[in-house]
Write a protein that binds this ligand. Structure first.
Ligand code: AMP
Length: 454
């Protein structure tokens, strides 16, 4: 039997109803904040992520799905039989083969979407539009060890606010707006008990001094730390704070913190973000260990966690990435964004799955030869009134129709037999109470929708 690849999964009904509910609510919230949707390709040049996410990150170092893509798959001329009559065609085939190899390039399934959005910003000169407020919803791919809440294909809902400095993209007001949007979104979805953890990781200049201090502090102790940390201590000491190894934690606790190394401008920016959050009453806690997994972040960094999710408790993360556009060869374009793990968001709502699935209002049971066409006509009329209608087949006995209606949770069973068609009035049975009435065609829709709202 062929199964879905490790770390991937099928989303089946009724769960998909919950996914759709989440995405619809998210789109509503984005609309209220004047965000617009962007859709970028699912695969990009490998280079984009190497430069945009950072070679030292776990994502780029270990987790990407990367392949060499040849322009076209071709055989070389070597497979042709020998003989002068094949010489010309052999040369031609060899030339095509060589050209296709020259066109080959390294491609990668996107492990995150910020790099793709910023690539699109540069490619389409989106700075002409001033401040861009963009959101996306879609799959991302990382070769991680699968476990509950961690998949190799997972879904992210994310947003980016990006533009030239003159558009206000650097303002702490943008950071606060994004955070307030997230609080609104989680509240709107009924996610309770979230925590917003907030930090400022400063500018690259602030971090030069911090990295120096970190290196110095790590020197005498790094020998006792895990292999990853020993490597990080040399290549990118900030990443030591990503370490999850229990034995390393007491050492990490004693390391210097970025908060002690913020320059005046970073400090003022961060203070203003906090002031606005207080003014709009979004609660947060400061966590100066929070450095986030991606190299391109500057200043504001944040994560929302949710207690009910277990070990994979980060529901979303984000931050500012003022230097990213330049790192990718574009103009200066400060920005801030976030990515919500949709799988985890849906998981935190799983208890409410029942309430968001709209059950059919009516199941139509055509009874006897020639009744399918009558049932189809009636279903069409009722659906035009925005009712959810399902229907069976004229070959079904009434008992089978009842069972089918029951299985899908329909509220009403509507019988379409020869007598009903002649009278143009139909037997409508309320399944929960067993109550049955004959209702003229013209009143059916009203009767069925009335009781659904009561
Ligand atoms: P990141 O892009 O690493 O900041 O991740 C943002 C959010 O995406 C996290 O907070 C998680 O909710 C979610 N996420 C990241 N990796 C995975 C994964 N492998 N499976 C499921 N969700 C993930």
């Amino acid at each position: 039997m062929i199964k879905a690849p490790r770390g991937t999964r099928d989303l089946l009904p009724p769960d998909t109803a919950l996914w759709n509910f989440v995405e619809a609510a998210v789109r509503d919230v984005f609309r209220a904040y004047n965000f617009q949707e962007i859709r970028t390709p699912i695969f990009e040049s490998t280079d984009l992520f190497a430069r945009g996410v950072g070679e030292e990150t776990d994502i780029v170092a270990k987790e990407m799905f990367t392949w060499e893509d040849r322009g076209r798959t071709l055989d070389s001329g070597d497979n042709l039989p020998p003989g002068p009559q094949f010489e010309a065609i052999k040369q031609q085939t060899d030339a095509m083969y060589a050209a296709s190899r020259r066109r080959s390039q390294s491609l990668t399934l996107r492990p995150e979407n910020t790099a793709g959005v910023v690539r699109a910003y540069i490619e389409h000169k989106l700075w002409d539009r001033g401040l861009n407020k963009l959101f996306y919803i879609g799959p991302q791919f990382r070769r991680e060890r699968p476990q509950k809440g961690r998949y190799r294909q997972f879904y992210q809902i994310g947003a980016e606010v990006i533009g030239p400095s003159t558009s206000g993209s650097e303002s702490p007001a943008r950071d606060a707006e994004v955070l307030e949007l997230l609080a609104t979104l989680l509240d709107r979805l009924g996610v309770t008990g979230w925590t917003l953890e907030l930090n400022s990781i400063g500018t690259p200049e602030d971090r030069v001094k911090f990295n120096e201090a970190l290196r110095k502090a790590l020197e005498p102790v790094v020998g006792k730390m895990c292999a990853d940390c020993q490597r990080r201590a040399i290549t990118n000491p900030l990443r030591v704070f990503d370490c999850k190894v229990t034995e390393d934690q007491p050492i990490i606790e004693k390391l210097p913190r970025i908060s002690q190394f913020l320059g005046e401008a970073s400090r003022a920016h961060f203070a203003e973000v906090q002031e606005i959050l207080k003014s709009v009453e979004v609660p947060f806690t400061l966590n100066d260990r929070l450095v986030r997994g991606l190299d391109y972040y500057t200043r504001t960094a944040f994560e929302f966690t949710h207690g009910a999710l277990g070990s994979q408790n980060a529901i979303l993360g984000g931050g500012r990435y003022d230097g990213l556009s330049e790192a990718l060869g574009g103009p200066a374009a400060p920005g801030i964004g976030f990515a919500i793990g949709e799988d985890r968001l849906v998981m935190s709502l799983a208890d409410s799955a029942e309430s968001v699935v709209r059950k059919p209002d009516a199941y139509i049971a055509p009874l006897g030869a020639g009744m399918n066409r009558e049932a189809a006509r009636l279903a069409r009329e009722l659906r035009r009134h925005d009712l959810v209608v399902d229907l069976g087949d004229e070959s079904f006995r009434l008992k089978k129709s009842f069972e089918a209606a029951d299985k899908i949770g329909a509220r009403y069973l509507l019988i379409v037999g020869e007598d009903e068609v002649k009278a143009d009035a139909f037997a409508l049975k309320h399944l929960a109470s067993g109550e049955q009435q004959t209702i003229p065609r013209g009143e059916l829709a009203k009767r069925i929708s009335q009781s659904s709202s009561s």
